[in-house]
Design a protein. Structure first.
Lengths: 258, 117
């Protein structure tokens, strides 16, 4: 989409929805699925582990400290509406990820209730997990994590108009999902995660022709860890993915014998 | 552009119960109104807080995030939170987001008051 070069505001699907009642808007925007994830449909090239049948987990179900982090970039000089910007974000979502992070949306894309598979490289190897699209309207969308994901919570991608400038934002509200993730987050992964979201919001800005200047704010919402959630470790997608990869030769031999 | 209108206020508070009426549209723009209402309702440090959603027209995911922040603050003070007046749609959203594990969903205010005791 070369809308940035066109130099004029672009109408979005939101414009057609202005007369829709709040109740109807809400029903269209929120996922209607249950809390058990169903992947559905093949995702070419994706390793599909640790998602099917898992429950989603919010900021209350994780183990570690609860952080709210915000990553913002003002799109100065971009003549797009917030809706048009979010439309680009949804349609090209996997392309804004840093190298090593691969996102596999369904054919439907970023839409309420859809599951996006994630294969990512980490210092411990590969991790296969995913997220569910919890909420999506014309100017924002929110992804929610499943059991076993490094974080327990959600992340919201949005665009708003502030003083005639569209500001794009990624806001996370999440805890590390289990004690191992929390330990790794305190040592290094929290900064890694921050770099990922800075990259995502910056890549979108670059896509729209803006040199990104990412503003980051971090708020510790709850400094306590939730020891009653320590058992979440049984779902740890990093451990289970590593075990799956290590078991590949044995599965191969078993298949050959069969 | 659509301008969300939030209408949040404290209807009642004492040492036992604080009631916050949540109306209009609840989005990230509602943060100041919600937290001010909580501060007002919390003056008497009630044992329980009732959030009355009967007049709520719309809530997006940022609105749900505000409720999480409110819940954490209340829990830190040992307060329990109850929600009344949610329609079926928003009850389903509370269940999906698993807020229902920490915010007690009640049929009406009298039931919530009875549970607070």
């Amino acid at each position: 989409m070369g809308a940035h070069d066109e130099g004029r505001p672009v109408d979005t699907p939101a414009a057609a929805g202005e007369a829709v009642s709040p109740e109807r808007r809400s029903e269209q925007a929120w996922a209607r699925s249950g809390r058990h994830l169903r992947v559905g449909g093949a995702r070419e090239g994706a390793l599909n582990l640790n998602v099917e049948g898992r429950d989603v987990t919010g900021p209350l179900q994780g183990f570690g400290r609860l952080w709210q982090k915000t990553f913002r970039v003002p799109l100065e000089g971009v003549a797009l509406s917030p809706g048009a910007v979010v439309d680009v974000w949804k349609r090209e979502f996997p392309s804004f990820q840093p190298p090593g992070n691969r996102f596999y949306p369904s054919l439907t894309g970023i839409a309420p209730g859809e599951v996006v598979l994630i294969n990512a490289r980490t210092p411990a190897g590969t991790i296969s997990t995913g997220v569910m699209v919890l909420y999506a309207d014309d100017e924002s969308f929110t992804l929610m994590t499943p059991e076993g994901h490094p974080e327990s919570g959600w992340v919201t991608f949005s665009a708003t108009l502030e003083d005639d400038t569209v500001v794009v934002q990624v806001q996370t509200m999440a805890r590390a999902n289990d004690p191992i993730y929390e330990l790794v987050y305190r040592v290094m992964a929290s900064r890694t995660q921050d770099r990922i979201w800075s990259h995502v919001v910056g890549a979108l800005a670059e896509r729209l022709g803006v040199t990104p200047r990412v503003e980051v704010t971090r708020t510790l919402v709850d400094p306590r860890v939730q020891w009653r959630r320590a058992g979440n470790i049984r779902h740890n997608a990093q451990i289970l993915t590593v075990l799956y990869v290590l078991g590949a030769p044995f599965r191969w031999r078993r298949r050959r014998r069969a | 552009m659509h301008q969300p209108k939030t209408d949040i206020g404290v209807r009642d508070f004492d040492a036992r119960v604080g009631v916050i009426a949540i109306g209009g549209e609840i989005t990230s723009a509602s943060e100041e109104a919600l937290m001010s209402a909580y501060a007002e309702a919390n003056q008497a440090a009630p044992a329980g807080l009732i959030l009355d959603f009967r007049e709520m027209a719309y809530m997006n995911s940022s609105g749900i995030g505000l409720l999480v922040t409110l819940l954490i603050r209340a829990n830190r003070q040992g307060q329990r939170i109850f929600a009344v007046g949610l329609n079926d749609h928003y009850r389903q959203i509370f269940e999906l987001t698993r807020l229902d594990e920490a915010i007690h969903l009640c049929a009406d205010e009298s039931q919530a008051r009875a549970e607070i005791g």
